[in-house]
Design a protein. Structure first.
Length: 417
């Protein structure tokens, strides 16, 4: 009787198998190369290009291998972000999300897919032109073939990400990025072993590994940290229930890794544009935005400012004080010692602003630690791991663990019925 009420397709084991199978399939696509390209010469170019090395981490090595998944899941992420922006500034999209329920969300998902295709095709076209010197027989037909192949690969990853989110465990997009990041761990482990065996200073080893542990612990604490705002509901006042269990949780780092991705993408654009500029003055100006800029002080100032601006902007999109205040009113709940209405909105706005500043300081700090350690020790191991990668890994791990617990609780509840 119990088994008849429990749907096997929703079991944790089935979802885990679906997730692992799809992730395994994505790794195969990384090693299926786009034909007709001199991979050896292109790989040497990546080693000397900081921008491509950064993107190669999030593609799991697909860029260096020139695989069919070289464009990766980035167009889907960008399209999702654009749709989030549009739902806050375009009334029609806002109505679709808030008032039309499941039908509205499906339409938004469809628009996201259209934007993903447009972004993937555009990115594939420019990527195809970029690798032109490494193509054996270049012509318009080859350009179209490579563009369509890379576009199709990106759309397949979008489909896999959505399938994992719906039928598997965790967020599909986050898991694909995590898989790509962890695929580089064997190489990092080899570099760490070489460092221990060849270094002539124990101080360098302790500083590198100590910094890694410090960054990892900081990421875990901040990513799981929340600011709990006590709530008082009409039900509590009526039945004298325990008030400590009723609270509104705000994450300390509400926007996660997105501000760093935004800032890095923002700075990549002028760096890439400098390759197509012949005027030396304009080219030198654009190169100031490069990680290898001769003026590191100016570059870091721009980078930190971009992180802060994008963090503030993205947090304001995903967390609107006015919407939160209205939802509290609908639930007949108020913030303890704060009047409903404008006072609640002001309190929430101040709380969000404080958390945003704290989150920005955290993101800026952990993003600069690898560079500082490299300058002190002349060892680039910590840069290979990257703080951004750790934020993604920790955040996704926490999300997956929470979802597994939810499935276990749901299963126990169904078995009791």
């Amino acid at each position: 009787m119990t088994s008849s009420k429990f749907n096997p397709s929703d079991s944790l084991k089935t979802r885990a198998l679906i997730t692992l199978s799809l992730l395994f399939f994505t790794r195969l696509g990384v090693y299926i190369p786009v034909p007709g390209i001199d991979n050896g010469a292109f790989l040497q170019n990546i080693d000397g290009n900081a921008t491509l090395r950064f993107l190669n981490v999030f593609s799991g090595g697909a860029i260096s291998n020139l695989g069919i998944f070289a464009i990766g899941i980035v167009p889907y992420i960008n399209a999702s972000i654009v749709m989030q922006l549009l739902t806050t500034i375009v009334p029609n999209f806002e109505r679709l999300q808030k008032e039309e329920g499941e039908i509205g969300r499906r339409k938004i998902t469809q628009y996201t897919r259209y934007l993903t295709f447009a972004g993937a095709f555009t990115q594939s076209f420019f990527a195809s032109n970029y690798i032109r010197p490494y193509v054996f027989n270049w012509n318009t037909g080859v350009l179209l073939d490579i563009t369509l192949t890379l576009t199709a690969g990106s759309l397949i990853l979008m489909w896999i990400a959505e399938l994992i989110t719906e039928e598997g465990i965790g967020n599909g997009t986050s898991l694909l990025i995590c898989l790509n990041i962890t695929s580089g761990f064997p190489k990092i482990a080899q570099e760490a072993t070489t460092l221990v065996q060849t270094t002539d200073s124990i101080f360098k080893v302790l500083l590198v590994f100590g910094s890694f542990v410090l960054v990892l612990l900081s990421v875990v604490i901040i990513q799981s940290g929340t600011r709990r705002i006590s709530l008082v509901s009409a039900r509590q006042l009526m039945y004298q229930e325990d008030k400590s269990r009723n609270f509104l949780p705000f994450r300390v780092n509400q926007s996660g890794i997105m501000p760093i991705i935004f800032a890095s993408t923002f700075l990549i654009i002028p760096t890439q544009a400098s390759q197509y500029v012949s005027n030396e003055q304009i080219k030198n100006f654009l190169l100031l935005f490069s990680p290898t800029s001769p003026n590191q002080g100016l570059y870091l100032s721009i980078y930190f400012s971009a992180i802060f601006i994008f963090n503030t902007f993205y947090t304001s999109i995903i967390l609107n004080p006015s919407d939160v205040s209205k939802n509290l009113k609908k639930m007949a709940s108020t913030i303890k010692n704060v009047r409903p209405g404008q006072e609640t909105e002001k309190f929430l706005q101040m709380t969000i602003e404080n958390l945003t500043i704290l989150g920005s300081i955290f993101l800026i700090t952990i993003s600069i630690i690898p560079t500082v350690v490299q300058n002190l020790t002349k060892v680039s191991l910590l840069n290979s791991i990257a703080s951004t990668s750790l934020i993604i890994l920790v955040g996704t791990s926490i999300e997956v663990i929470k979802q597994i617990r939810t499935f276990e609780i749901s299963k126990s509840y169904k078995e009791m019925l």
